[in-house]
Design a protein around this ligand. Structure first.
Ligand code: MG
Length: 309
């Protein structure tokens, strides 16, 4: 091993695209259903393996995603792509099932202060709700993802102990959730924290079930990805163009941009199976639909290079 290389990193990474759900949910403008469908179809054509497509929450609670049924009916479902949908309860699961959804996600957090404000439940109440949802979904052969948000810090509580993250992740794993995504909801994580959390979780579950969801609010998202890679994490969430912003820091970046993640991984010789230029095409389209530029730095560099020719 050369002293100048990073030590034994994974050779392949799975990228989970968050733009259509996590991204658009946190945008102030509402995008037309036909535009969302085209955006998702463009993302599907890029080689992304997982696209979080929409959410079956009560339509009145998140107007941006009130068209979940129409979106699922309108997209072209490519073989090999998992179209993941957020489901908050059994009612949402019924709607998802009726819409032909085959992969669902449930959403909780590592801090009670956050779940109380965000979904009006304690962590344990949320786990109780999801136990029934996960059981019913798995009985039908659906693939299930679980989110543990505020794993590196909470906007209401501040620091979040690693043991709390491990407890919630473990509860999800025990109820049969296939993949668990650990989220830095407010973008405060630093690489040493990532190593601590990824290390603690790996004593409880295989690293293959672990995903990391970083936000770039303070510019640490890619450094955190490298730290997670060194801990053998091979699944990362990101959002095309960096869509979504940060609800806790208006005007700041939220989700790590897919283009930035792909640029770095490909430069490091890590395969993703995703075509960066095609993700850029999807971001360019949705930026037009939103009527604003996107924050991804790799996107902007690509666009600038294209404008010079
Ligand atoms: Mg996010």
């Amino acid at each position: 091993m050369s002293a100048l290389s990073l030590s034994s990193l994974p050779s392949r990474v799975k990228v989970c695209e968050m733009g259509p759900r996590d991204g658009l949910q946190n945008e102030s403008g509402v995008v037309a259903t036909t535009a969302k469908i085209h955006y998702i179809d463009l993302l599907s054509a890029s080689g992304l393996a997982v696209i979080e497509t929409t959410s079956f929450v009560r339509p009145s609670s998140i107007p941006q995603l009130a068209d979940a049924e129409e979106v699922m009916a309108g997209i072209e479902r490519r073989p090999g792509v998992t179209y993941l949908c957020l489901v908050p309860n059994l009612r949402g699961l019924d709607r998802a099932r009726a819409a032909g959804v085959r992969a669902i996600a449930v959403f909780t957090a590592a801090s009670d202060a956050f779940t109380q404000r965000n979904i009006n439940m304690t962590i344990d109440e949320s786990l109780e709700t999801f136990r029934a949802v996960v059981k019913a979904a798995r009985a039908e052969g659906m693939w299930v993802r679980g989110y543990v948000s505020t794993a590196f810090g909470c906007p209401y509580q501040g620091a979040v102990p690693v043991e709390n993250v491990a407890r919630v992740a473990n509860a999800l794993a025990e109820m049969g959730v296939d993949e668990i995504s650990i989220g830095d909801t407010i973008g405060v994580a630093t690489p040493n924290q990532v190593v601590a959390v990824a290390g603690a979780l790996q004593t409880q579950m295989p690293v293959e079930r672990l995903a990391m969801h970083f936000h770039d609010t303070r510019g640490t998202a890619l450094a955190n990805v490298v730290a997670a890679l060194q801990m053998n994490v091979t699944i990362f969430d990101s959002s095309s163009g960096g869509l979504g912003g940060c609800p806790y820091a208006p005007g700041a970046s939220g989700n790590l941009a897919t283009e930035d993640l792909l640029y770095m991984l490909h430069g490091m010789g890590i395969e993703t199976g995703v075509d960066l230029a095609r993700v850029r095409d999807a971001s360019r389209f949705i930026a037009g639909a939103l009527g604003r530029d996107v924050v991804s730095r790799a996107y902007r560099a690509l666009e600038a290079a294209a404008a010079r020719v």
